[in-house]
Design a binder for this molecule. Sequence first.
Ligand code: CP
Length: 306
Amino acid sequence: MRSLINILDLSVEEIDELIAVANDIIADPDKYAEACKRKKLATLFFEPSTRTRLSFEAAMLELGGSVLGFSEATSSSAAKGESVADTVRAVSCYADIIAMRHPKEGAPYVAAMNATVPVINAGDGGHNHPTQTLTDLLTIQREKGTLNNLTVGFCGDLKFGRTVHSLISALSRYTGIKVVLVSPEELKLPSYVKKDVLQQNNIPYVQTTSLEEVMPELDALYMTRVQRERFFNEEDYLRLKDSYILEPRKLENAKKDLIIMHPLPRVNEISVAVDKDPRAAYFKQVLNGKYIRMALIMKLLEEAKA
Ligand code: CP
């Protein structure tokens, strides 16, 4: 049974195909209105979410299917001590496909090992968020016209930001990618990502604490929130939370065709004044997330049938 746990579960060709299908859905949504008729998606969210859960649900509804699920662990039998394995065995009896978010790294993998329907990782702890990565790739492709030959800056919490880890992994398979890592010392990209992804794939990268210094080089800037929920103490979070606040004056030296991305939710890291800048792409990302999830649901259901 094919599931999606890590973005690297998909080949570059499969990702390009998903992007092509998403672009086709955007061009002609009516063509897909009954693509998943009588199919059910279960959204099992053990952690809060707005975009991921609702975009999965909107995606399935727009494909003519139905949705069921829960949005917090306390309203499921996990609160009584049920394991992830048993939960997904039960949900496999009711749904054709599962999207699951969990605070524990690896929980969606355990789910995929025990479910009898495809499982999609909708975010596991500080680890991976492959459907956000698909969303980000679709956005870059639509805004820049390519996924190759780009200098991409990642700014903020690069330690705990799972969307950063997944997107760097995905981009490392395209050609001519350069990565610029901007973070406080305490929130640097984990060394396993540097070693196993950037160095392994010969991706040129620099690390800095100064966003202003590198801004003129960037084709895409990926801002991230400092992940309060992953900190061990509040004092450190408060000290680091406003390390980077993107304001219009900081964009004065940026390229005219820069794209500014953010997986959202934002807290303080992008001033609302930046929303008016035509380079702001973060609300386009939100919409793109629905279309790429439509393409993914169709693909996994199709493969499950085979
Ligand atoms: N980008 C993202 O995962 O947002 P939510 O936490 O709102 O799902």
